[in-house]
Write a new protein. Structure first.
Length: 594
């Protein structure tokens, strides 16, 4: 690989980490943008997001990526820029391009939006109308130092986005629209966060009079309570650096009784005297304790990162509670000092295991996931964590054989006829006992997971292959196929459609679809390769699936009728294929018990 980083940028640890990611080179100029998205959001499977979210092209209206995450309530509109020359700052006109992107995505009639951008705009609009988006972010990602000029242009883009949003969607549920310049400094900061969890290194006075110490194996802690006012001042001073060791930053709040963050704000505003009793409290990592000389002195710490309580801190800071109320509201907090990196990671992990933001966390110790982890040890060149999230360092270093849990769950759901859940409701796979048992039944095997996962990945690969053909050289058939794959949900739908044709492909009745697997114990890489020959002829029929995508796979009748049309064409053309196309694949697949 030819290094993209110029010698003058060699002292940037964030860009050095990016330069080591050879797996991203296939995305060309979008590689850095995807790297930023992955480490910023701690995404395990960036390839799946790339195939669904990239919009970059000749008519993208200055928008390289539109990422919509209904589970977290977040949408990201991003533009990337990579300079191959050392400059003092990124060109501000590139940042101003996001003003154009915001206008096209949020304020333009869909009938005049370019075809390339239509699927992204349509999905974003649908999610906003369904009140599933709470935060819209405008990102400009580049490899140069951040600057005042770029920041000012991004602020214009932010205001444009907010204005178009409020005009097109009156009463929308989007609480925040903010812009973010992600240049060399931010990439370095995100990288340092993965190496050193405490970014706020100041000496801080803690106005707590009374508390107690505890200690254990490689750790010691001081437990006390502080005024909510103190927390809000810290947040105003340090922002999200205060959560550098946390697995997530503040997520905002919505005005619903079931929303924890909104309840935190309401309690602080209306019942500050009860806040201590209602709230679970905080856990924070520190570098050092500064012991008071007398009981009347404030307790002191050096360095601080809140590992559990980001939601409490952010909610308090964004509440309309008066200074008097915030002074009355007391919050339990324990400050933990630890120098053992393994213990620190476990403190972070276990202190976040009860937060419902990541529903998959609740299944990490489930017996089915435990069984799959054991079975995957026998799969060549494969690693499966089974809902156990790794550190951001794992994301940066990119484990080449990792089967991302979320992608595996999507693939299984899609393969077994649940495309809407696979695309629209991935959180329900983990949060609903009923859905979880349908996607991960007790009898599921690691080799069946590989079978499902490799199909979805082979379809993603087929899309990337189509995209790699220069636009001027694409055949009419390739243009139609790519138009299908540029629509949101197409890869999940194609996975369901191909799975529905397996009896025709195999030429025999399937006794138990849950036992389907490759006869040989293939690695995921070889399993993906095994799907390629049979996918190629089926790509010609993808237009039969268009109707289901108009409703983002939410209309079961459209899903079923579209898939049935696809299935009938596959069956009708079976005999016209060259001898051996399906037969070779069929010989490699089994559903027997032996």
């Amino acid at each position: 690989m030819t290094s993209l980083i110029q010698p003058s940028a060699a002292n940037s640890p964030g860009l050095a980490a990016f330069n080591a990611r050879t797996d991203l080179t296939k995305y060309g100029d979008n590689a850095l943008l995807l790297f930023a998205l992955q480490i910023g959001l701690e995404v395990e499977d960036i390839d799946s997001i790339a195939t669904n979210s990239l919009t970059d092209g000749s008519d993208d209206k200055k928008c390289d990526l539109v990422y919509v995450d209904r589970d977290s309530g977040r949408a990201i509109v991003a533009q990337g820029y990579y300079s191959r020359k050392e400059r003092s700052e990124a060109p501000a006109n590139k940042a101003s391009d996001l003003n154009t992107a915001a206008a096209w995505l949020l304020g333009t009639d869909s009938t005049v939006v370019p075809e390339r951008l239509k699927p992204a705009q349509s999905e974003l609009h649908e999610a906003i109308c369904a009140e599933e988006i709470r935060r819209v972010e405008i990102w400009f990602v580049h490899n140069l130092p951040e600057s005042k000029n770029v920041k000012e242009e991004l602020e214009v883009a932010r205001r444009t986005a907010r204005a178009h949003l409020d005009d097109a969607f009156p009463g929308n549920s989007v609480e925040e629209v903010f812009s973010r310049e992600i240049g060399r400094n931010t990439l370095d900061r995100w990288y340092r966060t993965s190496q050193v969890p405490i970014l706020v290194t100041d000496e801080i006075s803690v106005p707590a009079h009374g508390g107690f110490f505890e200690e254990g194996d490689n750790w010691e802690a001081y437990c006390t309570s502080v005024a909510a006012e103190w927390l809000t001042e810290l947040f105003k001073q340090h922002g999200t650096d205060l959560f550098s060791a946390n697995v997530r930053d503040y997520l905002g709040s919505i005005n619903r009784d079931v929303n924890i963050n909104n309840n935190i704000k309401t309690t602080a505003e209306a019942s500050p005297d009860r806040f201590f009793a209602y709230n679970n409290g905080l856990t924070a990592l520190v570098n050092e304790f500064v012991h008071p000389e007398s009981p009347s002195d404030d307790f002191g710490i050096r360095g601080l990162s809140i590992v559990n309580g980001a939601q409490t801190t952010g909610a308090l800071a964004s509440s309309s509670a008066t200074a008097v109320s915030l002074a009355k509201a007391r919050v339990m907090i324990r400050f933990v000092k630890c120098s053992d990196q393994r213990v620190i990671q476990e403190i972070i992990q276990f202190n976040n295991s009860q937060n419902k933001i990541e529903a998959a966390d609740f299944r990490s110790n489930d017996k089915t996931q435990d069984q799959l982890r054991r079975q995957f040890k026998d799969i060549p060149e494969a690693e499966y964590k089974g809902a156990r999230r790794g550190s951001e360092k794992d994301v940066i270093e990119r484990r080449p054989n990792l089967i991302a849990t979320q992608t595996a769950a999507q693939a299984i759901a899609a393969f077994h006829g649940k495309p809407s859940i696979a695309y629209n409701e991935t959180k329900r796979i983990w949060s609903s006992d009923e859905v979880y048992s349908q996607v991960f039944p007790e009898y599921i095997s690691a080799r069946h997971v590989v079978f499902c996962y490799s199909l979805l990945k082979a379809i993603e690969e087929a899309k990337l292959t189509l995209m790699s053909v220069p636009a001027t050289q694409r055949t009419d058939s390739q243009k139609k196929q790519l138009a299908f794959f540029q629509r949101r949900g197409s890869i999940v739908l194609m996975t369901t459609a191909v799975a529905s044709c397996l009896e025709s492909i195999l030429g025999r009745r399937i006794q138990d679809i849950w036992r389907l697997r490759y006869e040989s114990n293939l690695s995921p890489r070889d399993a993906i390769a095994a799907w390629r020959p049979i996918l190629l002829p089926m790509l010609s029929f993808v237009n039969q699936l268009d109707d289901a995508l108009t409703g983002y796979l939410k209309n079961s009748e459209k899903n079923e009728s579209s898939i049935e049309r696809f299935k009938q064409l596959v069956e009708a053309t079976h005999q016209a294929l060259p001898v051996g196309v399906y037969e070779t694949f069929a010989a490699s697949v089994t559903d027997s018990l032996s």
